[in-house]
Design a protein around this ligand. Structure first.
Ligand SMILES: CC(C)(COP(=O)(O)OP(=O)(O)OC[C@H]1O[C@@H](n2cnc3c(N)ncnc32)[C@H](O)[C@@H]1OP(=O)(O)O)[C@@H](O)C(=O)NCCC(=O)NCCS
Length: 164
């Protein structure tokens, strides 16, 4: 039986929930939970969400039958001077994705990723990038959605999907 959720465009009001998803992404290892304030005060992490939503930001939120947010995927353009972990170049947006733990493995992440990539394509982007730590099963999801590793870093890889 498939659980009931839908995906809607993110709005400015989703900033606090997106911040929670940054924490989920940073804390993907079970048992490796760092407190939210520690993650969100670090520029490595808060640069994905500060000032949401800025011109050029785009995202989608998955909601349950009660319209509670359960997951989100979004992208933003980060400057060369303050790049994200998955920075590949100017003009290539970098994506972040997170799903609330109790909702994982129900197809929410894949649905969000597909909507976001479709949106990036129709917005005229040729590529979209992300960064994933080694060992995170999310890389199987990314690979099956057409992302390929372009750069191997220390414990994490940059993956890029061509959109056209
Ligand atoms: C990664 C994440 C966004 C995926 O979202 P999700 O809703 O759980 O994923 P889906 O249910 O759409 O599953 C997509 C694929 O992921 C894989 N997958 C999902 N759950 C898995 C699990 N527990 N173990 C191994 N693989 C799993 C499967 O390959 C699945 O493919 P399938 O559709 O053929 O079964 C979510 O698990 C999450 O928020 N994780 C913690 C934060 C994180 O790691 N973010 C990414 C940082 S780069």
């Amino acid at each position: 039986m498939s659980a009931s959720f839908r995906v809607r465009p993110a709005t400015q009001a989703d900033g606090a929930f997106l911040a929670d998803m940054v924490v989920e992404a940073a804390n993907w290892r079970q048992g490796g939970a760092r407190p939210k304030h520690q993650i969100m005060t670090h520029p490595d992490h808060n640069r994905y969400i500060t000032g949401w939503m800025r011109p050029g930001d785009a995202g989608f939120v998955a909601v349950d039958a009660q319209d509670e947010a359960i997951g989100a995927a979004w992208y933003r353009m980060l400057p060369r001077t303050e790049p994200g972990f998955g920075y590949v170049g100017t003009g290539v947006p970098e994506l972040i994705i997170g799903v609330r733990p109790i909702w994982r493995a129900h197809g929410v992440g894949r649905a969000l990723l597909q909507r976001l990539c479709d949106h990036a394509r129709s917005s005229g982007f040729g590529r979209i990038s992300l960064s994933v730590e080694r060992g995170n099963f999310a890389r199987q999801l990314y690979r099956s959605e057409g992302f390929a590793v372009t750069e191997a870093g220390h414990g994490r890889d940059t993956m890029v999907k061509r959109l056209r």
